[in-house]
Design a protein around this ligand. Structure first.
Ligand SMILES: Nc1ncnc2c1ncn2[C@@H]1O[C@H](COP(=O)(O)OP(=O)(O)O)[C@@H](O)[C@H]1O
Ligand SMILES: [Mg+2]
Length: 381
């Protein structure tokens, strides 16, 4: 471990000196950032596992120099597929924010990335392991387990690809039930018998959802059994056979409250922003074709725009899924606030509601990717 850091890393390097406080180090070397990698972790894990983080010994000062994370692989959805129309825009925005915060970025589509435990291939070309991977979106039909294996090699993977499957409303239902999240009463229908179960629990009109759809597209009201059967037949044929049936809450009045969570540097899920969306009074969906009326809501600080326990349910749902960032929809019902759905890869709508930068998803997410540590429980755990 007797290597000199390349000149271009000097100003950005972070010192980790056993026994010295961070402030002493910062004063002595003019270091502006601290890193989650300590000299102790170098000793424990060895240089090989941390190699791409450029660890250098500095014999004179008795220090190990570690660069902040800066080589980032951004994994995204296919902009040409269905609901992903805005994906190209999101990738461009994330890329420029990552660069602005000091990262080198390579962007690739989820199915162009593979890792067998030794070789990481991106667009068919082998590349060194990055310091961090940001998984923006996976296909609703699948996942890429290769990516999470990178964690075994010290790569900071933001958004466990397995957790991103909770974009599916049928998977969500299982998660909410397993973790006791206060959520909208739901039956996942796999066959005709389940329609009878739903009829016993909910009266008409009943909400029928295509589990894999988003943006208000696969959400319908069924006024009676024949409409229910027609929606179910269409949606189950289009997907994996599962259809989500829900109690309809007219008292929500077509309003949905959305809370945005992103982990902070210590790995804690912070509510960053909240807003209310609703369509015209004729539409029970907040995000139907004529939606877009939004109002901001305080989700932290002394004057919360919705009850603290509603925010807490939304946070617990995000944590249960194992997500590092998520927009959670909640609605007001006669039974209290209820979680409606998770949006693990929300369309980035900060611009619509003019959030300050401190509340926006992208700068917070990039900060976590470059400087955060993840101590959260894994998906389903
Ligand atoms: N069970 C329900 N009761 C009342 N309104 C609902 C219910 N489910 C959905 N909605 C309305 O429909 C909108 C879209 O449903 P949601 O489950 O969030 O799906 P999407 O993924 O399309 O956003 C919600 O924002 C809400 O306004
Ligand atoms: Mg929604």
């Amino acid at each position: 471990m007797n290597v000199s850091p390349p000149a271009d890393l000097l100003g950005r390097a972070v010192l980790a000196i056993p026994g010295n406080s961070g402030n002493t180090v910062r004063r002595a070397y003019g270091v502006v950032r601290s890193s989650s990698i300590t000299a102790k972790s170098v000793a424990q894990h060895g240089l090989a596992r941390l190699s791409r983080r450029a660890v250098f010994s500095d014999a004179e000062r008795g220090a190990a120099l570690v660069t902040p994370r800066r080589d980032v692989l951004l994994v995204h959805g296919d902009p040409r597929v269905g609901n992903n129309a805005g994906e190209g825009f999101n990738v461009a925005w994330l890329t420029s924010e990552l660069r602005a915060q000091g990262a080198d970025v390579q962007a690739a589509q989820f199915d162009h990335v593979s890792y067998d435990g030794v070789r990481l291939l991106v667009d068919g070309v082998e590349r060194p392991l990055p310091e961090a991977v940001l998984v923006r979106r996976m296909p609703r039909s699948g996942t890429n387990e290769d990516l999470v294996r990178l964690r075994e090699h010290g790569v900071h993977v933001t958004n466990d690809p397995a957790a991103l499957r909770y974009a599916n409303k049928a998977d969500m239902e299982e998660l909410f039930t397993a973790h006791g999240i206060a959520h909208v009463d739901t039956v996942v229908a796999r066959g005709a018998a389940d329609l009878d179960v739903a009829e016993q629990r909910f009266s008409y009109p009943m909400v029928v959802k295509d589990p894999a759809a988003a943006g208000g597209l696969g959400v319908e009201l069924a006024a009676d059994r024949s409409q229910l059967e027609a929606h179910v037949a269409r949606m189950s044929a289009a997907g994996d056979g599962r259809v989500v049936l829900q109690r309809y809450h007219p008292e929500a009045q077509g309003r949905v409250t959305r809370v945005l969570f992103v982990r902070d540097r210590t790995g804690a899920l912070q509510a960053r922003a909240g807003w209310v969306g609703h369509g015209p009074s004729s539409d029970f969906k907040s995000n139907g074709p004529s939606s877009g009326i939004t109002r901001r809501l305080a989700v932290s600080g002394p004057r919360l725009g919705l009850p603290a326990d509603a925010i807490d349910q939304a946070r617990r749902a995000t944590d249960a899924a194992g997500l590092d960032s998520c927009a959670v929809d909640v609605i007001w019902t006669e039974d209290g606030w209820r979680v409606l759905e998770l949006n693990p890869s929300p369309a980035i709508i900060e611009a619509d509601v003019n959030l300050p930068r401190s509340a926006q998803m992208i700068p917070n997410l990039v900060d976590f990717v470059l400087r955060g540590t993840r101590s959260a429980t894994p998906a389903g755990g």
